[in-house]
Design a protein around this ligand. Structure first.
Ligand SMILES: [Zn+2]
Length: 274
């Protein structure tokens, strides 16, 4: 199997002690590329450094919705996202790769961005403003979005419907019903990111995955979070993509190899990987 982990945070400190082994296990399992979603200024440096070290790692840039909550500096952080995108993807920046002006060669998408009203809804207006601006950046730079949504699917979809036909990307950590998937399909241009939640006993995905075509899916671990069964509750890592492919295959009545092949092609095409 050849796999792409379309959403992993292995640049995080949870992997500082054994990151090399985590990459080795991933390669043994067939994972050949790793997409790193950004969180905020606290995690960007580690993310960019790992991206520069390895040719199989690809960075996104964005400000996570929960990083807007209680953050008096979120507008400055958003301005930094814009500046980095202009420098790395806009052309005309002569700064060497690795400098503060140009930390990576280029970004492969805008993410993770979105709405998260799970912890608090006090910052809904700020999160919406931040999300809209980043949707517009993705459109301007012709980049895919990676959208994080928690306790806010209706609100998030209402915003993306305003940009129908223009925005494209992945709705990451999809765990919703077939009805919600239908609304996503109507948007056009958006895939759903399927992860460990698909292996949980009470997940709505057990009923919705059979209704979702493989051509609309990518696979992701969201490591270190959301480990699939039989590792639920433990630190997640990219090699566990295999368990997610097996679960999708079981639910759709096809082979894990077919799931891997189609979803890997979907990811390559969306992010423009060779
Ligand atoms: Zn994430």
């Amino acid at each position: 199997m050849r796999l792409i982990d379309t959403h992993t945070h292995i640049y995080g400190e949870e992997f500082d002690l054994d990151r090399g082994e985590v990459f080795e296990r991933a390669h043994e399992a067939g994972v050949e590329a790793f997409i790193f979603p950004a969180i905020d200024s606290q995690t960007n440096q580690a993310q960019f450094a790992l991206t520069r070290q390895r040719h199989d790692c690809y960075s996104l840039i964005g400000l996570h919705p929960t990083s807007v909550n209680d953050n008096p500096h979120w507008r400055e952080e958003l301005a930094e996202v814009e500046r980095l995108l202009a420098n790395c993807n806009g052309g005309g920046c002569d700064a060497p790769v690795g400098s503060a002006e140009r930390p990576v060669e280029r970004f492969y998408g805008v993410g993770e961005v979105g709405l998260d009203l799970y912890w608090s809804s006090d910052f809904r207006a700020e999160q919406e403003e931040c999300f809209r601006r980043q949707v517009e950046l993705a459109i301007d730079y012709n980049l895919p979005l990676v959208v994080h949504t928690r306790s806010a699917w209706a609100e998030m979809l209402a915003i993306l419907e305003e940009y129908k036909g223009k925005a494209r990307g992945i709705l990451h950590a999809f765990g919703e019903s077939a009805d919600t998937y239908e609304r996503i399909a109507q948007l056009g241009g958006f895939l759903v990111g399927i992860g460990g939640v698909s292996t949980y006993k009470k997940s709505p995905l057990l009923e919705s995955i059979p209704q979702i075509p493989l051509s609309a899916m990518v696979v992701e671990t969201d490591s270190p979070y959301l480990s699939p069964v039989p590792f639920r509750g433990k630190r997640n890592e990219p090699k566990n993509l295999v368990y997610i492919c097996e679960q999708i295959a079981l639910l759709k009545g096809c082979s894990p190899e077919e799931v891997a092949e189609v979803t890997t092609n979907n990811a390559r095409q969306l992010f423009g990987l060779n």
